[in-house]
Design a protein around this ligand. Sequence first.
Ligand code: NAD
Length: 284
Amino acid sequence: MMLIDGKLISAKVKDEVKIKALNLAKQGVVPCLAVILVGEDKASQTYVASKEKACKACEIESLAYKLSSDTKEEKLLSIIDELNKDENVDGILVQLPLPKHIDTDKILEKIDPKKDVDGFHAINAGKLVSGLDGFVPCTPLGVMRLLKEYDIETSGKNAVIIGRSNIVGKPMANLLLNANATVTITHSKTKNLKEITKNADIIVAAIGKPHFLTADMVSEGAIVIDVGINRLDNGKLVGDVDFENLKDKCSYITPVPGGVGPMTIAMLLNNTIISATNRLKRQK
Ligand code: NAD
């Protein structure tokens, strides 16, 4: 069994990002990411703080908008509008989930697809499905980078994704399909899940349930990628995979924490660099 070290690879990506950011700055383009947080959700506050910190460490300017939970939808739309027009802003990220009185789809669709570094806009989702260049959601993009760094072949492999969300499952499936895997997407209504996962060369678990994928569900030698982040009552952070009982069956496996998690922010920074590079090209 080989452990896939997301901490190590994310540090490598961040080193690359920093070099690219400094290079862009020399040419007059300081990469800039705007992060909008609405409300006081603790987990969201932590995510936003780590995004700001990562930007700083990688020479990317970060603009933080911290709005109260009763912020009107109109207000949020007008902030996004301003950021869309601001030539110095390369990326706009709205931290999810938003308070219930705000229409998330409407907000995400307001972001200029050219600055949609989270890759959640329907235009970017469509580009991914069509195999065109566009922004790709950071978590599945991070998974692809891990597979590449460990020379894991995807072409012709049976890849099974558990979960069909717009931010993980669906883009993950499209990325693996574009990388020539034979992809099966499974979800809460799937029957006989175990029969399907048993046939998988690569399994990506993105369910949000601790220890969901158990040893009896995987074949010897499978590659298991655990996207889940679950906080247990005792405070411990675990993934969706029963890591301890399953690890020895796998050829490769990602731990939680230290697997996919750190890759998400690294890929967000990289997407911001791509956007800033596009700005430089437009200016030339
Ligand atoms: P989600 O709740 O939107 O989607 C969960 C999916 O799991 C759904 O599509 C559902 O159909 C499927 N599912 C639920 N029960 C199932 C069952 N019994 N059998 C098969 N499928 C089932 O969640 P999400 O946003 O995709 O996130 C999934 C997990 O990944 C969560 O733990 C989340 O915290 C984590 N996550 C991690 C990162 C990261 O940076 N590592 C990023 C995003 C999400």
